[in-house]
Write a protein that binds this ligand. Structure first.
Ligand code: BTN
Length: 283
């Protein structure tokens, strides 16, 4: 049988009409347009190209049931079966100074991790910079990722991917997981997407009202509270190939992870891949 939209009843399609009704009204002034596409290369690629062509308004939300060339951080691919998760991008026109835009994916992590915990009843945490983890009793698995891309001097496209009903045999890597595998109390994607977009609007609004200041907007404090990398022994793989071992002791005002070596020398890391090693005592 040729698969169609009804062939996997455990993965029903998103309801664009209901999503629009819930999000496109005066209670949610950030969101101006919402579209659910059946299939697209990547919602980020599509929204960046619409923005460059002058065909997207700030506040546009582009959701795809399937991505054929989804992209992750550090030039990695992001792939998942159709309707197994939420794959979406939003177009922002931040008023805060561009030096502070680095906080956008971090505050998106705070918003998404909080919304997932509340709506799906799963314990979540953030691995620096913005991997969303399901944090079980003795394991942590990545259930979501965030990719922010600056389009030009005015616009940022923020993409979020969340694994919702992905099964064990579908995981792209053994360290990945999904809400379903973490024992979520609900895996209906419509309310999850609504909750994430509302939470994002709330945090982005606070951050914008504070001109992007992570401290006075409480974004820094919320991020640090949710970041399970802090207090851990880590290995950082830095962009030029350098490796750093130490304890993650803080996130600074620029969103960098501060790593202290055994000798107590502290170094802020702006980009790279972090591996959590054994837990630090007391955490
Ligand atoms: C990462 O963890 O490396 C980031 C993954 C980001 C994936 C999302 S899915 C929606 C949007 N479109 C993409 O191509 N990527 C982001």
């Amino acid at each position: 049988m040729t698969p169609n939209r009804w062939s996997d009843l455990s993965r029903p399609p998103l309801n664009q009409t209901a999503l629009r009704r819930a999000l496109l009204h005066e209670k949610h002034p950030l969101w101006t347009h919402l579209e659910v596409l059946d299939s697209v290369t990547s919602t980020n690629t599509e929204l960046v190209s619409r923005t460059r062509a002058g065909e997207a308004r700030p506040g546009t939300v582009l959701v795809a049931e399937e991505q054929t060339a989804g992209r992750g951080r550090l030039d990695r691919a992001w792939s998942a079966p159709a309707r197994s998760g939420l794959f979406f991008s939003v177009l922002l026109r931040p008023h805060a100074a561009a030096e502070r835009w680095g906080w956008i994916p971090l505050l998106a992590g705070v918003a998404a991790a909080g919304a997932l915990a509340r709506t799906a009843g799963v314990d979540t945490g953030l691995k620096w910079p913005n991997d969303i983890l399901a944090t079980g009793a003795d394991e942590e698995r990545k259930i979501g990722g965030i990719l922010a891309e600056r389009v030009d001097d005015e616009h940022v496209v923020l993409g979020i991917g969340l694994n919702v009903t992905l099964r064990e045999d579908e995981l792209p890597v053994p360290t990945a997981g999904s809400l379903a595998l973490a024992g979520a109390q609900g895996t209906d994607r419509d309310p999850i997407l609504r909750a994430v977009l509302r939470a994002f609007e709330d945090w982005y609004g606070r951050w914008s009202a504070a001109d992007g200041d992570p401290a006075s907007s409480d974004v820094l404090e919320a991020y640090a509270a949710g970041c399970v990398t802090l207090g851990r022994s880590v290995r950082a793989m830095l962009p030029g190939g350098e490796e750093l071992l130490g304890e993650a002791v803080a996130v600074d005002g620029d969103g960098r992870l501060v790593i202290a070596s055994e000798q107590g020398v502290q170094r802020p890391v702006a980009a790279g891949d972090i591996v959590h090693l054994r837990p630090a005592t007391g955490k």
